[in-house]
Design a protein around this ligand. Sequence first.
Ligand SMILES: [Zn+2]
Length: 176
Amino acid sequence: MSCGYEGYEFGGGYIDSCCIDGFLWDLDSCDEPGGGLTHGGDFACPRCNTGAFLEQAIEDAESCGVSMRTPWCGAEQWERAVAKARKENQEGAEAFLASLKPFIAADWPDRQAVHEGRASWENTISRQWPWEQEAQEQIEQKLTRSRKEPMIFLPSEIERAAFMARSALNPERAEK
Ligand SMILES: [Zn+2]
């Protein structure tokens, strides 16, 4: 049984994977037209086996390395897996994430620097999912918003401020 999922999991650069019974198989591993697939069966399908798919991403979360000249780290892979799971099966992904216990993933202090070759992929830091920084950014966004709000003056407030300023300069006149 296939759920109809097809993807790019086997590195061909084109659609080269298909789902059979919840696991992905390499479409290029067919020896004869119409024959069975001989390579695959290890990766869980993000669409119909979403929990197992995310579980597999966690297994590699504490690792990092270079694959096809591209550095990778567990934290980044995990974020991609979550995005993919949400795209393929929003409900299943959210259910899995809601029951997920915090875990440690390897990340880079500066991801962009690693991808641009300015920092080594071997220098990783440990992060705990859910990322604290994400929560921090949300807090900062709120703070930025609340900081900005008082800066928007209503015309009446400007008038009042001008009145107060005049009062300070000339208290007698302002009393009248
Ligand atoms: Zn599937």
